[in-house]
Design a protein around this ligand. Sequence first.
Ligand SMILES: Nc1ncnc2c1ncn2[C@@H]1O[C@H](COP(=O)(O)OP(=O)(O)OP(=O)(O)O)[C@@H](O)[C@H]1O
Ligand SMILES: [Mg+2]
Length: 449
Amino acid sequence: MNHSKVLIVEDHEDLIFTLKGVLKKEGYTVFTANNGEDAVEIIHNELIDLVLLDLKIPKMSGLEVLQKIKEYDPEIIIIMMTATKDARPAIEALKMGAYDYLMKPFELDELRQLLKNALETHQLRREVSRLRLSQEKIRPVHTIYGESPGIQKVRQLIRIVAETPRTSVLIQGESGTGKELVANAIFECSVRSVQPFVKLNCAAIPENLLESELFGHEKGAFTDAKSMKKGLFELADGGTLFLDEISSMRLNLQPKILRVIENQTFRRIGGTSDIKIDVRVIAATNTDLAEMVRNKEFRDDLYYRLKVMEIILPPLRERTDDILLLSKLFLEQFNREFHRSIHKLAPDTEELLLGYSWPGNVRELKNVMERGVILCQENTLKPDHLPIELKRDTEPVVSNDFLGKISLGEMEKRHILEVLKKVNGNKSQAAKVLDISRSTLREKLKLYE
Ligand SMILES: Nc1ncnc2c1ncn2[C@@H]1O[C@H](COP(=O)(O)OP(=O)(O)OP(=O)(O)O)[C@@H](O)[C@H]1O
Ligand SMILES: [Mg+2]
């Protein structure tokens, strides 16, 4: 499928007619203008990828239009068309940022090939600017493991949702239950997977910047807006926008999000015209949105709009069937990563894993298994290799003869040195086990000499 939007700017009706026919057949969405002013207006209202621009057009010269487009959005690809044998204006256009030029009359095959190459370049540029903007890497593995009824239901919903590429989705679940994993899976399974997937954690961006992050701004929209900036809705055009932690979005921004979802148009901040887009929104939250709606902390209209398709991830403690399955899965995964061969869970290890409440859900289980694999030097994972929280009910944290005789600092020092010994002095692994950063570990070690 070819989703690119091409604008033809040309004053000869018959040439417009021919070009439009050819490009439509290639699958492009085609817009036309027979003068410079209309061309600039279309550029403002549509997310045009490429412009075929005649050098000689009424109202504004081709070069002027070129300059206006480049100022507005330097990523738009411009191919000039010229009838004169004089190459100077065409060369001038190249200097001003045109991608290439065609001498009239040209072969239609030449045109097709040039467009194809140019758009591939464009795709690459968009890719790069998108990668720069999305803070999180998209992980390659999106398999959602588990056989509990709750997870089977989730997998079934993902398949349904993937087939309805426009419907909004709301993913709810406690921290670490796999919300992002589900969002990735929906994207991967849907026909939108060849299109952009843009992620934004609404809680990670200062409130006052969130709006311009999402909608972008026009040049001069506010004091710092030195040039036009695209928002994430725009970068996600044709694809999917993942709004993580949507519950932390300010109330006054919410109606604007609702408007984009409903009308599929948006305005950059300071913009005067609506721009059409086609974006699916997937939102996630670990707080109960229904509760927030009752407390007037989240708008009900947006809530109902988002929850057209709702996926609820049950906490791990409510799907004990999955605990051992996931433990073994992560065990294998970390065996491979750390070149170990721990292939068994001791019976009392299994008991501890099953008995624990897992407030951090699957993420916590994964961390526990990673730490276990790092610490375990045998082929069976024993309770000793599990963190203290899992054993809290059964074992005292510190043996009784220590109590009252040892300071917290000394305790910390002994513990750190013990862990270091267990991981054969590997500081990265020790930091992981201790759940502190490497620099913190380094500082502490310096302190103890
Ligand atoms: N069913 C599952 N199968 C395999 N891995 C899983 C599963 N569920 C979660 N994980 C893993 O657990 C970790 C946490 O998942 P994820 O980041 O998707 O959770 P989250 O719900 O978005 O958490 P938070 O609310 O903290 O943002 C990830 O490493 C993910 O790959
Ligand atoms: Mg998450």
